[in-house]
Design a protein around this ligand. Structure first.
Ligand code: ZN
Length: 72
């Protein structure tokens, strides 16, 4: 039983609207990758209407993968 569709395909879904100080109203925003961190990513939300940055979000990796060294 699957109560809802798997989210895989919708990973790039549009974030909900955020308040844009330039437009003086909530606007749909576009998410973009701002910076890749060692333990995740920093994403930025920009107003779709005027392009102003209206917020940032840090997305941490689910869990750091333990890479075992080559120990012979
Ligand atoms: Zn705006």
């Amino acid at each position: 039983m699957r109560p809802r569709p798997e989210p895989g395909e919708f990973e790039e879904f549009q974030a909900s609207a955020l308040f844009c100080p330039r437009c003086q109203r909530a606007q749909p925003v576009r998410e973009r990758l701002l910076l890749v961190l060692p333990d995740g990513e920093l994403r930025e939300y920009r107003c779709e209407a005027c392009g102003t940055s209206v917020g940032q979000r840090r997305v941490t990796a689910e869990r750091p993968s333990l890479v075992p060294g080559i120990l012979g």
